[in-house]
Design a protein around this ligand. Structure first.
Ligand code: MN
Ligand code: MN
Length: 316
C-alpha cells in the first residue's frame, strides 16, 4: 500500500468512528423522521389523533397533504436547500440562501408556509435578502430549517453563530423572538453534538426563558401548538425534558398535534444530536426516501467538515 493510500484509509476510519459526525448524521435524520412522523397528524387536535390512532407512533404518510409514507415536507426540504447553498458558497450567505429558497419554491414543494412564501416572493421582486421586521409575526419557519447553520458553525463564537443564523432567517422571518428561539435550538444541537448532558440543555432553555418569558415551558402542557415560535418551542422543551429517549420524545411531541411536523422536526434535530444515531428507530429511518436519507447523511458530514471545530482539527 502506498503512503497516500494509508492516509486515505486512516481518514476514512477516523471519519467512521467520529462520534461528533455520528451525532450530526443522527441530527439530520432526526429532523427528517420527526418531519415525516409529524406530517401525518399536522393540524389535528390531540383528541382527533387519539380517536384515529390511539397513539400515533409510526411513519405512515397520509395526513392533510396526503403524503407517501416516508415523504418529508418543507421543514426538511428547506434545511437541505439551505445546506446546499452553504456547501456551494462555503458560508451562510444571505443571497445564496435566498436563491436556494427561491429555487426550492419553483420546484412546486408539497407544502410551503405563508411567511416563507411571502418572503421568497418579496426577494424575487426586490432582491432584498432581509424581509421587513415584523414584531408580531414570529413564525417557526426560520427555526425549522436551522440545522445546517448549527453544523457549519460548530466551534464558532455564539455571536458569530447568531449572525450566521440571522442571515438565513431574515430572508423570510425577521423577528427577534424567532431569532432568540432559533439560536437556542442551534446551541442545543451543538451541545448535543459535543456530548453535553441534560443539565447543559436545561441551562440553555432557562437562559432563553429568562431573556424572553414567552418561552416559559414549565406551565400548562402545550397541546395543539400553532406555528408561533413560542408555542412550538414550549411544546418541544416540554417533550424533551419529560422523556429520556429520542423515540418517546418524538412520539410525545407529535401526539400534541397542531404544527406536528415542525415540532417533530425541531425536536428530531435536538434529540438526534443529543442521543445519537443508535437512538433512531430503524422502523422510522428505513421509510425515508433514499435520496432524502442520502442527502441528510452527506450534508451532515460535509457541513461539519467546514465548521471551525473541524478546520482547527485539520490544522493541528
Ligand atoms: Mn412542514
Ligand atoms: Mn409544519
Amino acid at each position: 500500500m502506498f503512503v497516500s493510500d494509508l492516509r486515505i484509509e486512516a481518514a476514512r476510519l477516523t471519519a467512521h468512528s467520529d462520534p461528533i459526525e455520528q451525532r450530526a448524521i443522527a441530527a439530520y435524520l432526526g429532523l427528517a423522521v420527526g418531519d415525516a412522523l409529524g406530517a401525518t397528524v399536522e393540524f389535528m387536535t390531540p383528541s382527533e389523533i387519539r380517536a384515529q390512532y390511539r397513539e400515533h407512533r409510526d411513519i405512515r404518510g397520509g395526513g392533510w397533504l396526503n403524503l407517501r409514507r416516508g415523504r418529508v415536507t418543507d421543514d426538511t426540504e428547506m434545511a437541505l436547500a439551505l445546506g446546499r447553498s452553504i456547501l456551494e458558497t462555503g458560508a451562510v450567505d444571505a443571497r445564496a440562501a435566498a436563491d436556494a429558497f427561491s429555487e426550492w419554491m419553483r420546484s412546486k414543494p408539497v407544502d410551503i408556509g405563508n411567511t416563507v412564501r411571502r418572503g421568497i416572493v418579496a426577494y424575487r421582486r426586490t432582491g432584498s435578502t432581509e424581509s421587513p421586521v415584523r414584531e408580531f409575526d414570529a413564525g417557526n419557519g426560520a427555526c425549522m430549517r436551522c440545522l445546517p447553520v448549527a453544523l457549519v458553525t460548530l466551534g464558532a463564537e455564539v455571536s458569530a453563530v447568531d449572525a450566521a443564523n440571522q442571515r438565513q432567517a431574515h430572508v423570510t422571518h425577521n423577528n427577534p423572538t424567532s431569532d432568540a428561539g432559533t439560536l437556542c435550538v442551534i446551541q442545543m444541537v451543538q451541545t448535543g453534538l459535543l456530548g453535553g448532558n441534560r443539565q447543559d440543555l436545561k441551562r440553555l432553555a432557562t437562559a432563553l426563558v429568562a431573556a424572553n418569558p414567552i418561552f416559559a415551558y414549565d406551565r400548562k402542557r402545550v397541546e395543539n401548538p400553532g406555528g408561533f415560535i413560542g408555542d412550538t418551542l414550549r411544546a418541544v422543551f416540554q417533550s424533551l425534558f419529560a422523556t429520556e429517549d429520542l423515540e418517546s420524545a418524538l412520539i410525545d411531541v407529535v401526539n400534541r398535534g397542531g404544527d406536528a411536523d415542525t415540532t417533530g422536526a425541531i425536536l428530531g434535530m435536538i434529540t438526534g444530536a443529543f442521543y445519537g444515531a443508535d437512538a433512531l428507530p430503524a422502523r422510522w429511518t428505513r421509510h425515508l426516501e433514499p435520496t432524502t436519507h442520502h442527502d441528510c447523511v452527506s450534508q451532515a458530514r460535509n457541513l461539519l467538515k467546514r465548521s471551525p471545530a473541524y478546520r482547527a482539527r485539520a490544522v493541528s
